[in-house]
Ligand binder design. Structure first.
Ligand SMILES: NC(=O)c1ccc[n+]([C@@H]2O[C@H](COP(=O)([O-])OP(=O)(O)OC[C@H]3O[C@@H](n4cnc5c(N)ncnc54)[C@H](O)[C@@H]3O)[C@@H](O)[C@H]2O)c1
Length: 369
């Protein structure tokens, strides 16, 4: 199969969908790899490293035109919509529940689009979202810590406090992969951490591994409102797979936060779980509302592209190899979690939560390949 990897064009996006080692695995298995020249540069992989592994270095138009399976990191942007076509399998993060225009473009193009973030194992795990959630959860604490500083307009609070002065109050909404990684780092840095979720098993897991070093609270409107009033840093990490994120913190709760406190809404890629969240970018990451600094960057792992590229491709490569080997239908028959990731196929929308979000018709993914 011809497997293509273009350079990412989203603002500040420095990751690439394949490492040289991944290119090697594909070419050794007899597949052809087309990589846009320079695609790995921002992750500090040179063209020469890919060429040594048998990849052909070409321009973007050739990658899109000649690939049967096209692997990306972030969703296609309008400048790339013209490349979408029937016969192409697109494998990337899509986050369609916050991208209506893209949803319509994918359906109209006839492309088979697989969303990394909704590939789902029978256990409920999201194996291709997990590595980037681990990265984003940790960056959320680092970003929050930075914007709490006075030179960034923050309250001037040191996350750890010092002897005789209490640490910052970090409130984390959602106890999944992002939430647990954020909690672990924040506790390690000495913050006072409170984590909310509606899933008791997740809260119990965190409580068990943290040995009481952070507080877990069942997520209700009243409980979150109480915490918002004392939080220095709120991290939004709530997800309902495939769907728009539920808004768990309303504008009144944000207004009740103290001036100069910080919100990092990691769930912004699914629309955000805080009412005042608006998508920002890596080049302009923050804005202020109700006196509270909001950070809402949908591609935070791009800040550490080398770590993120390795972590992402560790997770995606087995599926890329499977699709290249068996075709999309054959791979999905063997690894059914891929079907859960199928968002559009041959002109049809195959993701129910996205269809419900926009009031569009949909069909179940089974039998569409
Ligand atoms: N901004 C970025 O760069 C970036 C990077 C990676 C992941 N993300 C996003 O972060 C979000 C979280 O991802 P994850 O991997 O941690 O998901 P996850 O499924 O592991 O965790 C989500 C948690 O939210 C909980 N939840 C659902 N409804 C809730 C409610 N009403 N109140 C409290 N908790 C609730 C779930 O029970 C679950 O534990 C997703 O939107 C994901 O796409 C963003």
């Amino acid at each position: 199969m011809v497997v293509g990897v273009p350079r990412e064009i989203k603002d500040g996006e420095n990751r690439v969908a394949l490492t040289p080692a991944g290119a090697s695995a594909l070419t050794e298995a007899g597949h052809r790899v087309l990589l846009e020249s320079g695609a790995g540069a921002a992750s500090h992989f040179s063209d020469a490293e890919y060429a040594e592994q048998g990849a052909a270095l070409v321009d973007a138009a050739t990658v899109w035109r000649e690939s049967e399976l096209l692997c990306k990191v972030k969703e296609p942007l309008p400048a790339e919509f013209g490349y979408l076509r029937p016969g192409l399998t697109l494998f990337t993060y899509l986050h369609l529940a916050s991208a209506r225009e893209l949803t319509l473009a994918l359906v109209a193009s006839g492309v088979c689009a697989l969303a990394y973030e909704t590939v789902q194992l029978p256990s409920g795990e999201l194996p291709l979202l997990t590595p980037m959630s681990e990265v984003a959860g940790r960056i959320a604490v680092q970003a929050g810590m930075q914007y709490l500083m006075a030179n960034q307009g923050g309250r001037g609070i040191l996350l750890s406090g010092v002897p005789g002065v209490p640490p910052a109050e970090v409130v984390i909404l959602g106890c999944g992969i992002v939430g647990i990684n954020a909690a672990t780092l924040a506790v390690g840095l000495g913050a006072q951490v409170t984590v909310f979720d509606i899933n008791h098993a997740r809260l119990k897991y965190l409580d068990d591994i943290m040995h009481g070093r952070c507080i877990t609270i069942y997520s209700t409107r009243a409980n979150i409102a109480r915490a918002a009033a004392y939080a220095d840093l709120v991290i939004g990490a709530v997800l309902v797979a495939g769907a728009r994120a539920p808004v768990v913190m309303d504008a009144a709760m944000v207004a009740a936060m103290r001036p100069g406190s910080v919100i990092v809404d990691v769930a912004v890629d699914q629309g955000g779980c805080i009412a005042t969240t608006r998508t920002t970018s890596l080049s302009e990451p923050v804005y202020r509302e109700h006196g509270v600094i909001h950070y809402a960057v949908p591609n935070m792992p791009a800040l550490v592209p080398r770590t993120s590229t390795f972590a992402l491709t560790n997770a995606t490569l087995p599926y890329v190899l499977a699709i290249a080997e068996h075709g999309l239908a054959g791979a999905a028959a063997r690894w059914p979690e891929l079907l859960a990731g199928l968002s559009t196929a041959h002109g049809r929308l195959t993701c129910q939560p996205v269809a419900e979000q926009y009031g569009l018709p949909w069909v179940a993914p089974q039998g569409q390949l």
